[in-house]
Design a protein around this ligand. Structure first.
Ligand SMILES: *[C@@H]1O[C@H](CO)[C@@H](O)[C@H](O)[C@H]1NC(C)=O
Ligand SMILES: *[C@@H]1O[C@H](CO)[C@@H](O)[C@H](O)[C@H]1NC(C)=O
Length: 285
């Protein structure tokens, strides 16, 4: 009996779906009637109660393998603040970091809630939370397991960086917005596609820290280093590193602003982070 159910499970996990000319790797939830809704859930992780929110695409289709995008909040933030958004003119984030309107219903978003409103990752407990979230969500929903992404601002960037270090096989790409080394970097020797963004006037997590995080993946991804790019006045400057290993690009955006998830170029109302993050993530399909 056990053997039979195991092999059925394995078939589910390995099922390949032909999707727009590329092979998607479908999660066990593909084909199942979903029970997860747009709402808050909780789970036990190492004996602690953890909260998270799931946002489904409109007209969720159980036979379509979706992208799975993790959104980690900043210190003092919360799942609820990511879901509802805050006033960007007062340093806040817009709902779901502004990504759903760009994703055109191609992604499932998972918004975890931090212990003590951050991602201290004591003993790897937030990494374990991530592992359990992947398992739980993918058992119920249809996910392309080759297309998991992670992003966040500040502490949320640190948590995404931690996953690039510790879960390189599970994460297709990260977007590290104004990050620092706050959630650890267990492992950290494997390539992961990396988008980094930082302000030269960052008064909370300085830009040299952000550059150090980036440089680990410039190296891991085999890209050719460049002399340090600087912003052009109030205009951000985007650098796409060259000669990276196939499938492991690094893009870096430097601006002259402070610690701000809602930075724009001067004279523009378009937020830099959502636009560039989605451009970076959506190159993978
Ligand atoms: C949005 O997704 C739908 C369905 O996959 C597709 O037909 C449409 O072209 C997409 N629109 C844009 C703007 O990418
Ligand atoms: C940047 O921040 C780190 C960590 O707080 C600190 O060790 C370093 O001295 C700072 N560097 C600069 C140039 O301010």
């Amino acid at each position: 009996m056990l053997g039979t159910s195991n092999s059925i499970m394995a078939m589910g996990l390995l099922a390949l779906t032909w999707l727009g000319g590329v092979m998607a790797e479908s999660s066990a939830g593909c084909g199942k009637t979903a029970t997860i809704r747009n709402q808050q859930y909780s789970m036990q992780v190492n004996g602690k109660q953890r909260q998270y929110y799931v946002k489904l695409p409109d007209n969720y289709d159980k036979s379509r393998p979706y992208r799975l995008v993790f959104l980690w909040h900043q210190l003092g933030g919360s799942m609820t603040k990511i879901v509802n958004g805050e006033d960007p003119n007062r340093g806040g984030v817009i709902p779901f970091y502004g990504l759903p309107p760009l994703a055109n219903n191609s992604a499932i978003f998972v918004v975890p809630d931090g212990l003590n409103a951050g991602w201290g990752n004591q003993g790897g407990e937030d990494t374990t939370f991530f592992d359990q979230l992947v398992k739980t969500v993918e058992a119920d929903l249809c996910v392309d397991t080759k297309l998991r992404f992670s992003t966040g601002f500040s502490y949320g960037a640190a948590m995404s960086y931690n996953l690039a270090c510790s879960r390189p096989q599970m994460i297709r790409a990260v977007a590290v917005i104004s990050g620092g080394l706050l959630s650890g970097c267990s492992g950290g020797n494997d390539p992961v596609a990396y988008y980094g963004q930082h302000g030269t006037s960052d008064s909370v997590l300085n830009v040299s820290g952000g550059r150090q995080l980036r440089d680990r993946f410039v190296k891991n991804n085999g890209c050719t280093p460049v002399s340090e790019p600087n912003p052009n006045g109030g205009q951000s400057v985007k650098t796409v590193y060259k000669n990276c290993k196939e499938g492991f690009p690094v893009t870096w955006v430097i601006h002259n602003g402070d610690h701000n998830p809602s930075q724009t170029d001067s004279g523009s109302s378009t937020l830099i982070a959502p636009k560039n993050t989605w451009e970076f993530f959506s190159q993978f399909s």
